[in-house]
Design a protein around this ligand. Structure first.
Ligand code: PXG
Length: 441
């Protein structure tokens, strides 16, 4: 089969996710291979991966150990039933994952995506309270502009308008904290902004409104990625933690993007020194190579379920592919790769160079804000009047033509390269973006 399927007629069957299908199919952008920091297009060009795929290929592409592990596992044990049966690698990966995570996280529940990790964490939170005789705690609190995947729980607690408004009434019993984007006070700040910790106090207002004993959990991204990269204001996460603890509400960090070195530590919880009760992750767990996610839980939460007759199932939840052998093998090889190549440390070391390069874009046409942390960067553009998203999307197309992959959300450009990135690639990424910005309408 030829990989060069670029004729429009060949493309109609695949209804592409989160894509302008008609625009794409008129002028397709196809990757046919990848190695290290680069994709290869169907027409033979190298494209620098400025986004680690979709924030997931943290160790870059075609890592030999991961490739080999998957190939070997496929020939050894392709699948084992996930319910009432096991295989060694899923247990090994859970242990390794918990060893890598901050201390209180001692148990891992496997899923197949970030969206499933979110649904799983919300359900664990509800069932935890019930197991402890606090069944009144049924409300879930998310945040405006939050992204927690695309399933019903996730879009209910999420706060991205277009991901919600087409899909009916969603879950009931959900409330939202305000987002923390304060461009008037925090524009062009490097790292965590000074202003906005007070927005955590809104949790007190919501708790007072409903009664704290009705609230099961608060879920936030410690650094909001998909909405266009919003850093937590200084003191904000600490205050959320305090209020949750005071009222017996579980705090869930959705670390699907921030997990696995993106901020220069294993998880954002470690980076910010704020411990939630549950962590959701996916993406970088297998370097994006095989679908897999996980929910990390403290022993307090896990142990609350371990009661009643031993032959009884403790949590009525799970997926056919929870802890799938090939995904587990990919996960183990990925964690090895992160450690052997010291990639989290590398991200932390490169972060100042990244920050400097990114902020050098300040002053270019249409740039109204720049935000960064670890190996994450965002450039917010002034929208074209009456045509939101168009300017940033043009920047995306122009960068692609010039051999660089970026992501856009609305009029925000987001960049999150593989952690193997070299300084020369950082120069190429921001140099290309600067040229493109200068040429935009
Ligand atoms: N939670 C968070 C915080 C995420 O960022 C999900 C859940 C859902 O993960 P799955 O594996 O179900 O897609 C995500 C996913 C982007 C972008 O460009 C971000 C995501 C996915 C695709 C693109 O910002 N985040």
């Amino acid at each position: 089969m030829s990989l060069d399927h670029t004729a429009p007629n060949d493309l109609s069957a695949f209804w592409m996710p989160f894509t302008s299908n008609r625009q794409f199919k008129k002028n397709p952008r196809m990757f046919v291979s990848a190695d290290g920091m680069f994709y290869k297009t169907a027409d033979g060009r190298d494209v620098l991966d400025g986004t680690a795929g979709l924030w997931c290929c943290n160790a870059g592409h075609n890592q030999p150990k991961i490739v080999e592990a998957i190939q070997k596992q496929a020939g050894e044990l392709d699948y084992a039933p996930a319910f009432q049966m096991g295989h060694p690698k899923a247990f090994e990966l859970a242990t390794r994952l918990c060893d890598m995570a901050p201390a209180p996280f001692e148990h891992a529940f496997f899923t197949n995506s970030g969206s499933e990790s979110v649904e799983t964490a919300l359900k664990i939170a509800l069932a935890y309270h019930r197991a402890r005789g606090e069944g009144t705690r049924t409300r879930l609190i998310g945040r405006e502009r939050g992204y927690h995947g695309v399933n019903f729980g996730g879009i209910s607690v999420g706060g991205i308008v277009n991901n919600r408004k087409y899909f009916g009434t969603l879950l009931n019993g959900v409330d939202h904290l305000p987002h923390t984007h304060l461009p008037d006070q925090n524009a062009f700040v490097k790292g965590q902004p000074e202003h906005g910790a007070y927005l955590a106090e809104e949790l007190e207002r919501i708790a007072a409104l409903h009664g704290p004993e009705t609230i099961a959990a608060v879920i936030v991204e410690p650094m909001a990625g998909s909405t266009g990269v919003l850093m937590p204001p200084k003191g904000y996460l600490e205050r959320l933690r305090e209020i949750c603890t005071k009222h017996g509400i579980l705090l869930i960090f959705d670390e699907v993007i921030t997990g696995f070195g993106r901020l220069g530590s294993s998880f954002a919880a470690e980076h910010f020194g704020v411990m939630p009760d549950l962590i959701t992750c996916a993406k970088g767990l297998t370097n994006g190579v095989i679908p897999m996610g996980a929910v990390l839980a403290t022993s307090d939460i896990h142990d609350a379920f371990m009661q009643g007759p031993e032959h009884m199932i403790e949590l009525f939840h799970g997926y056919t592919y929870s802890g799938n052998p090939i995904a587990s093998a990919a996960g183990l090889a990925t964690l090895d790769t992160y450690r052997e190549q010291a990639l989290f440390e590398r991200a932390a070391e490169l972060a100042p160079y990244w920050e400097e390069g990114l902020h050098s874009l300040r002053g270019l046409p249409h740039v109204i804000d720049i935000r960064n942390m670890g190996l994450i960067g965002a450039v917010e553009l002034e929208p074209i009047a009456g045509e939101p998203t168009k300017r940033a999307f043009q920047a995306f197309l122009d960068c692609y033509d010039k051999g660089v992959l970026i992501r856009t959300t609305g009029d925000i450009i987001a960049m999150s390269p593989p952690l193997i990135i070299e300084k020369s690639h950082i120069d190429q990424l921001f140099g290309t973006l600067a040229t493109v910005l200068k040429g935009l309408d």
